[in-house]
Write a protein that binds this ligand. Structure first.
Ligand SMILES: Cc1cc2nc3c(=O)[nH]c(=O)nc-3n(C[C@H](O)[C@H](O)[C@H](O)COP(=O)(O)OP(=O)(O)OC[C@H]3O[C@@H](n4cnc5c(N)ncnc54)[C@H](O)[C@@H]3O)c2cc1C
Length: 488
């Protein structure tokens, strides 16, 4: 067995969360080994947020050009996927090459190891035939993979996940999308706008089922207007592939298409991580963490694997807490960086990490921020966008909150009327506390309007103060003032 190599921290999985933690700790002067088996950066830059938003930007340009008719003359649009595929290949992913990201990490003083990491007893990580012993901590940022439902025949077919959908160079004529959540709807609308005949099949009784029912209605209507066929309350029973086309049997109907995209959620694969070697159960859905992202003594987790919200902004937020907690831990242990370290722990090269815990603090645990997901924002980048923060009306009622709800339609606001926009702002208030506990903004800039609602929920701004605020005219966000008046 190889002699363990002693380091300060080992980070397993360099997706958004792991890369941020590993980079910032390395910059702070700790000796950090970052282990990644695929691409440094993870799903977001290569198969997730960034390329999908490039696709959406292009698809929205087509939709906007089509709106010229009746508003500003006539415009003819001939969609072409080639520039989109090229932009994803060349600008977003560097042809799915992470050399720049690896160099960035190494440039910060980190040591990069390509391979699959697995816990091998307390403080130890094994990667192939190398073993690392972490003096101060191990961080698991191993993310999730697509969760593929156990539908008869599906596993034997060449179905797409988000990877193939993002990498596609030539669009199919028709596409079945299994799953009507955020990712399914975003991609369905993009492909439909480029002329693909798209059918969405969702088992629940509405698309975007985690959001307000009104948001599901607007999103479904928008996709239908783009030609997408949506079937809800339909459970997939069997999938066949005849070498050319897919047939999905569901609810007594056979749906056929050239391609089948499966986007029915994501799953953490805890069984591969050697958790039993440190006394942590591997049969959980996600890695349970406390509010400092600790899994157990000496092990932290960050990002999707924690199940606290599968968003890049959650991974980044958690990374800040993990960095602060680990540096706090490091200081308390009275450690100094390795000779190979690039900076002193109390020195100025700690960057953003220093604002959290170490710089200017005596290292008391009270300075480490605790994770708080009350104001978790999320955006589905369909057109119109669906932005939401905090609790939905139903969630608030289930928690026994004395709920007040106020809704304003964008169409009855001046800007919405001028824009001919579909959408609304819906507020969910705790009448006893006099604050918002949730909000949804659907519209052409629903994700941007959301920021005001996120501040209100996060800072628990009193409703009286929100009502007394001046809302610029004529903006989409002015619908918030109207929704406040409707609260009852
Ligand atoms: C199509 C799509 C669109 C999305 N759009 C958005 C969006 O608009 N906004 C948003 O906020 N979020 C979006 N997301 C979600 C976002 O991509 C994730 O929340 C984010 O990538 C999570 O980061 P992570 O670090 O937790 O995990 P990941 O990005 O999944 O990274 C985990 C990494 O760990 C590696 N790994 C796993 N196990 C091991 C091991 N044992 N050893 C070594 N390496 C390992 C994996 O190879 C991977 O690189 C989207 C996702 C998809 C699929």
């Amino acid at each position: 067995m190889a002699e363990p190599q002693i380091v300060d921290v080992v980070v397993v999985g360099l997706g958004v969360g792991g890369e941020e933690v590993a980079g910032r700790l390395a910059e702070a002067g700790l000796s950090v080994v970052g282990v990644e088996r695929s691409l440094v950066g993870g799903e977001c830059p290569y198969w997730g947020c960034i390329p999908s938003k490039m696709m959406i930007r292009a698809a929205n340009a087509i939709a906007e050009a089509r709106r010229v008719d009746g508003l500003a003359g006539t415009a003819q649009v001939r969609p072409d996927w080639a520039p989109v595929a090229k932009r994803i290949r060349e600008e977003a992913t560097d042809t799915w090459d992470d050399r720049a990201a690896v160099d960035r990490f190494v440039g910060k003083g980190g040591r990069f190891v390509r391979g699959s990491g697995r816990l091998d007893g307390p403080g130890r990580v094994r990667v192939g035939d190398q073993v690392f012993q972490a003096r101060h901590g191990i961080v698991l940022g191993t993310g999730t993979r697509p969760s593929v439902p156990p539908v008869d025949g599906l596993a034997d077919t060449p179905y797409w996940t988000n990877h193939q959908a993002i990498e596609v160079e030539e669009l199919p004529e028709s596409l079945l999308v299994l799953g009507g959540g955020a990712i399914g709807l975003e991609l369905a609308q993009v492909f439909a706008r480029f002329g693909v005949r798209v059918t969405v099949v969702e088992a629940l009784d509405r698309v975007l089922a985690v959001e307000e029912p009104e948001a599901s209605e607007v999103a479904a209507a928008a996709l239908r207007a783009d030609g997408v066929k949506i079937h809800t309350g339909v459970t997939a029973e069997r999938v066949d592939h005849d070498g050319r086309r897919f047939t999905l049997h569901a609810g007594g109907t056979a749906y056929t298409a050239d391609r089948l995209l499966v986007v029915t959620g994501r799953r953490a694969h805890l069984d591969e991580l050697g958790l039993d070697s440190v006394g942590v159960r591997a049969d959980q859905r996600y890695l349970a963490v406390d509010d400092r992202l600790r899994v157990t003594d000496g092990i932290w987790a960050v990002g999707d694997v924690t199940g606290e919200g599968a968003f890049t902004h959650v991974a980044m937020y958690q990374a800040g807490i993990v960095v602060a907690d680990l540096l706090d831990h490091f200081r308390r242990a009275g450690s100094t960086p390795d000779a190979s370290g690039t900076a002193s722990v109390t020195g100025g090269a700690m960057g953003a990490a220093s604002t959290h815990a170490v710089s200017g603090s005596s290292g008391s645990a009270g300075t480490v921020p605790r994770a708080d997901y009350r104001a978790l924002p999320r955006v589905t980048f369909t057109d119109p966008e669906v932005g939401a923060v905090g609790l939905t009306e139903q969630q608030a009622r289930q928690r026994g909150i004395n709920v007040q709800v106020g809704t304003a339609q964008l169409g009855s606001s001046t800007r919405g009327w001028i824009h001919r926009a579909d959408g609304f702002v819906k507020l969910v208030a705790d009448a006893d506390q006099g604050v918002l506990v949730g909000g949804t903004s659907v519209g052409p800039a629903g994700g941007e309007v959301l920021s005001a609602l996120a501040v209100a929920v996060h800072a628990a701004v009193p409703l009286a103060q929100l009502r007394h605020m001046i809302y610029a005219y004529p903006t989409f966000h002015r619908a918030i003032s109207e929704a406040l008046r409707e609260l009852r």
